[in-house]
Design a protein around this ligand. Structure first.
Ligand code: UDP
Ligand code: MG
Length: 140
């Protein structure tokens, strides 16, 4: 099991001023923040990042949302990071998310759902590499 995952504090949460509160949740859940950057995704970056969803009916709206304002991209470290972060953020649709999860507490709806989390170790590696070069990540 890998010890890294990739997270995004999405534009809705940054815009609402929830970045600090979500950082607290990250720390409280025992993650180390290896790298973080505030940036605004280009359309090309958003389409590349979410390429797996390009046939889905919500794809166009998702790209519009993800490019609508700044977001925070993060590389996180913890034992069993992927599964632990998915548990910390909760279900995609906040209506289905458990109490005390980030999405339950900060998401507006199934699209504007505050945060991203990788779904496998393989995708975590790919997603971290999509935004951060090796020299931007601590080596141990
Ligand atoms: N999404 C959406 N409508 C849907 C399903 C997903 O707008 O019906 C958006 C939402 O922002 C979600 C992202 O697309 O976080 C990626 O979807 P995925 O199924 O991978 O959910 P996640 O892994 O983020 O929980
Ligand atoms: Mg996903």
């Amino acid at each position: 099991m890998g010890n890294k995952t990739f997270a995004i504090i999405k534009p809705d949460a940054v815009k609402a001023g929830n970045t600090g509160k979500i950082y607290d949740r990250i720390i409280q859940a025992g993650f180390d923040i290896l790298a973080a950057q505030l940036l605004r995704l280009s359309e090309e970056q958003a389409k590349g990042f979410y390429a797996v969803h390009h046939e889905r009916p919500f794809f166009g709206d998702l790209i519009e949302f993800m490019t609508s304002g700044p977001c925070m991209v993060l590389a996180l470290q913890k034992d069993n990071a992927v599964e632990s972060w998915r548990k910390t953020i909760g279900a995609t649709n906040p209506q289905d998310a458990e109490d005390n999860t980030i999405r339950k507490d900060f998401a507006s709806n199934v699209q504007e759902n505050a945060v991203h989390g990788s779904d496998s170790d393989e995708n975590a590696q790919k997603e971290i590499a999509f935004f951060f070069s090796d020299s931007e990540l601590p080596s141990n």
